[in-house]
Design a protein around this ligand. Sequence first.
Ligand SMILES: C=C(CC[C@@H](C)[C@H]1CC[C@H]2C3=CC[C@H]4[C@H](C)[C@@H](O)CC[C@]4(C)[C@H]3CC[C@]12C)C(C)C
Ligand SMILES: C[S@@+](CC[C@H](N)C(=O)[O-])C[C@H]1O[C@@H](n2cnc3c(N)ncnc32)[C@H](O)[C@@H]1O
Length: 362
Amino acid sequence: MEFFKELLTIFCTTTLLFGGGFCYFTFLFGSAEQKGKRAVQLSGGSLPKEKVQEGYDRYSSFFERGPNGNEMDSSDKVPALVDTFYDLVTDIYEWGWGQSFHFSPCIPGKSNRDATRIHEEVAVNLLNVEPGARILDVGCGVGGPMRAIAAHSGANVVGITINEYQVERARAHNKKAGLDSCEVVCGNFLKMPFDDNSFEGAYSIEATCHAPKLEEVYGEIYRVLKPGSFYVSYEWVTTELYNSDDPEHVEIIRGIERGDALPGLRSYKDIAKIANKVGFEVIKESDLAKPPAEPWWTRLKMGRIAYWRNHVVVTILSWLGIAPKGVVDVHDMLLVTADYLAKGGDTGIFTPMHMILCRKPE
Ligand SMILES: C=C(CC[C@@H](C)[C@H]1CC[C@H]2C3=CC[C@H]4[C@H](C)[C@@H](O)CC[C@]4(C)[C@H]3CC[C@]12C)C(C)C
Ligand SMILES: C[S@@+](CC[C@H](N)C(=O)[O-])C[C@H]1O[C@@H](n2cnc3c(N)ncnc32)[C@H](O)[C@@H]1O
């Protein structure tokens, strides 16, 4: 009898320890840095749970076909694929990165959250808009930048994203923040549902890199801006250090494209030419990653241990049937992507913050 009692005590203690440990791991450690999502809430966006694996397989097979091993070259398919990509990654991004889906230079003594906000405020400061002005966020994600920019500038921000799930998330965050100066629309930025000359400013943060032809999205932004107003963009580009004859460079850039749903990274040299082509005057252009800015990829590298912990959390949750099947593959893809992005930063061949400031002439 005594023996059974002891056995029961050992069993209960072990269960408690393991169960408690797992919950702690998942709910506390596994929670979003900026409290957007928790590990147990990971979903496949607008995709039904049972379609997540299929969505991932469809996404990854795109990069195994076509010229250069990248079927994203056939541009009419890109918006739908980008939409699927954001169904797959939005929750993981929010969980592991926060509500702003972009990089920013590290600022010694400041948190990642502050450095992110400052990078967003830099963009709207360049637009020179008055409080109450109507401005456009091209490719707004779940609205991290939009909320920071509306609060900082007093402008009314309209965001557009192709992904329905992001619209839902962004609206919920806006409501929670009590920001009625922010509005979110679901649509394609290559064909925007807005009138000509209807915005007093526009910005895009690490979003137009998804456009197969930059002139299409820049042309649309030009159309909806009022004459005399400004547009600022943070572009993902290859830098002057990129050498297309170096197989290591090519591998890094392909790795970035594959893990970030990009139809093909452009060279920094193309951006101003395209802006001019659609009618913009180019006021300023610079790579915000250049010194004295501190490396933007430090944050990615610092997170490596956390990403491996996340891998364990995602694997267990998927095995328990809490997270959809397929989430493990998506997370694995992001693990690899993080390495390619950090290599792009280390070698200096890639920047996610090539800034261009344009003006629509009067
Ligand atoms: C602008 C774009 C997205 C940029 C970044 C916000 C994201 C690029 C790579 C993403 C991540 C990589 C590793 C993930 C990690 C394995 C996981 O555990 C937690 C989330 C990551 C850190 C995730 C977060 C977002 C990124 C940094 C592109 C798409 C144009
Ligand atoms: C990396 S996220 C950046 C989001 C936001 N700018 C931020 O910094 O948090 C890219 C965004 O561009 C959007 N996007 C990509 N292609 C699009 C398209 N054709 N039309 C509308 N939005 C698009 C995605 O849905 C996503 O919201």
